[in-house]
Ligand binder design. Structure first.
Ligand code: KG4
Ligand code: ZN
Length: 353
C-alpha cells in the first residue's frame, strides 16, 4: 500500500510517500525565511505560501519516490492542532486529491505523528514497540502521553503556557539573537564552556503534575537581561543556563511518567528534540532508569510529512476510516483547552503556532 502524507499545520509545506513504514520520499518546503523579520510565524503569510508551494512539493515527493499519482492508495493529512488557514490548505488539497483519485483521506493528529516519527523505518536507532510514553517538544507544544497501541493515545500532561520551543524562540528574541531561537541558543550555549551559571527557575507545578510551564523561566531571562550582569559576553552563559533549566524539567517529568505508569520505553519527537544537549541529558537519564529511549533523526524531529504518512498507514491498517467531512475535524489546539491568564485573556494564541 502506498500512502501520501501531507503536512501544512504551520510554516512547513510537506509531502511524503510512505510504503510499509518506509519513507520513499520526504519533501519539505518552508516559508520560515519570510517570517524571520517578524520574530515569529505570521499565519496569513504561512497559509498563502502553502497554496503557492503545495503542488510543486507533491510533484517532487512523487518524483523522488519514483511512483505515479495513480499508485497512491491513501492520503493522510494533518487536521490539527495548528494554524486554521494553514491546515485548511492541506486538508482541501488532500480532499481534492482523494476525490480525483477515488481514494480515502484520513485526518492525522500532528502531535501523535511527532511521536510516531520514531516508527519510520531507519528514523531511530531501533524499532520501537508498545506500550510507550510519548514526549512532544516542539514550537507549539510540550506534552506527555501514554500510548498502548496505535489508536490509543492518552494525554498525561501538556504545556499550560509557553511550549519549550516557543520559550527558546521568545528568549532568543529578548536577547536579539534571531528566529527560530532553538538552534541559535544551542550554538551559543555550546560556546559557554563550563564557567559561570545563572540560576534560572525550574517550574514543576503541583507535586506529581506532568504539565509544563515555561513562561516563568522566559520572564526570568527577561528580568536578567535588564541587570548590569547582562553583557554581550554573558550571552553564551545565559543561553546555557536557560537551556539547562528547560531541559531539567522536561527530563524529570518524562521519566517520572515512565516510572508512574511502569513503562520502560520513551519516544520523543518535535523540533527541540534535535538539540544535542537535550539528547545527551535524556540518554544519560534513560541509562540510569533502564528505559529505552527513541529520538528520530533531525529531519523527522522537525515538521515533516513522513510522520503523518506513517501514522496514517498504521491507523488505516488498524481500521481507521475517513470522517464524513474532514473539514469538520480541523482542530486548532491540543487538549486541554488553554487556561485563562490572571488578566483574563486566553493564551490560545500561544498554541496556534
Ligand atoms: O516541531 P517543529 O519543527 O514545529 C512545531 O511543531 O512547532 O519545532 C519547531 C521548534 C521551534 O520553536 C524551534 O526553535 C525549536 O523547535 N528548535 C529547537 C532546536 N531546533 C529547533 N529548540 C532547541 N534546540 C534546537 N536545536
Ligand atoms: Zn510540529
Amino acid at each position: 500500500m502506498i500512502t501520501l502524507g501531507i503536512e501544512t499545520s504551520c510554516d512547513e509545506t510537506a509531502c511524503a510517500i510512505i510504503k510499509n513504514g518506509k519513507a520513499l520520499s520526504n519533501v519539505v518546503s518552508s516559508s520560515i525565511h519570510l517570517h524571520k523579520k517578524y520574530g515569529g510565524v505570521i499565519p496569513e503569510i504561512a497559509s498563502r505560501c502553502h497554496i503557492e508551494y503545495i503542488n510543486a512539493v507533491l510533484k517532487d515527493a512523487i518524483k523522488k519516490a519514483d511512483v505515479k499519482l495513480k499508485d497512491i492508495d491513501l492520503v493522510a493529512v494533518t487536521n490539527g492542532p495548528g494554524l486554521a488557514g494553514s491546515l485548511l490548505v492541506g486538508i482541501s488539497f488532500a480532499k481534492a486529491l482523494g476525490y480525483a483519485l477515488n481514494i480515502p483521506v484520513i485526518g492525522i493528529d500532528h502531535l501523535k505523528a511527532h511521536i510516531y516519527a520514531n516508527f519510520i523505518k531507519g528514523a531511530a536507532k531501533d524499532n520501537p514497540g508498545f506500550p510507550f510514553i510519548g514526549l512532544v517538544v516542539s514550537g507549539g507544544h510540550t506534552s506527555i502521553s501514554l500510548c498502548r497501541n496505535v489508536g490509543d493515545f492518552r494525554f498525561l500532561g501538556n504545556t499550560q503556557d509557553d511550549a519549550a520551543g516557543e520559550a527558546f524562540d521568545k528568549v532568543a528574541k529578548i536577547m536579539g539573537l534571531g528566529y527560530p531561537g532553538g538552534p541559535i541558543i544551542e550554538k551559543k550555549a555550546e560556546r559557554a564552556g563550563r564557567a559561570g551559571n545563572v540560576n534560572f527557575p525550574r517550574t514543576y507545578l503541583q507535586k506529581g503534575s506532568l504539565d509544563f510551564s515555561f513562561s516563568g523561566v522566559k520572564t526570568a531571562v527577561l528580568y536578567f537581561s535588564k541587570t548590569k550582569d547582562y553583557t554581550q559576553k554573558a550571552i553564551p552563559v545565559v543561553c546555557r543556563s536557560f537551556q539547562e533549566a528547560v531541559f531539567d524539567v522536561i527530563v524529570d517529568k518524562s521519566f517520572e511518567a515512565c516510572r508512574k505508569h511502569r513503562i520502560n520505553m520513551l519516544l520523543v519527537g518535535g523540533g527541540v528534540a534535535s538539540n544535542k544537549r537535550f539528547c545527551k541529558k535524556m540518554s544519560e537519564r534513560a541509562l540510569n532508569c533502564s528505559v529505552s529511549l527513541f529520538v528520530p533523526k533531525k529531519c523527522y524531529c522537525l515538521d515533516n510529512a513522513a510522520m503523518i504518512g506513517v501514522l496514517g498507514e498504521a491507523l488505516y491498517a488498524a481500521g481507521k476510516r475517513p470522517a464524513a467531512d474532514l473539514k469538520d475535524t480541523i482542530r486548532l489546539r491540543s487538549r486541554p483547552e488553554p487556561r485563562k491568564t490572571s488578566t483574563g485573556f486566553s493564551k490560545a494564541v500561544n498554541h496556534w503556532r
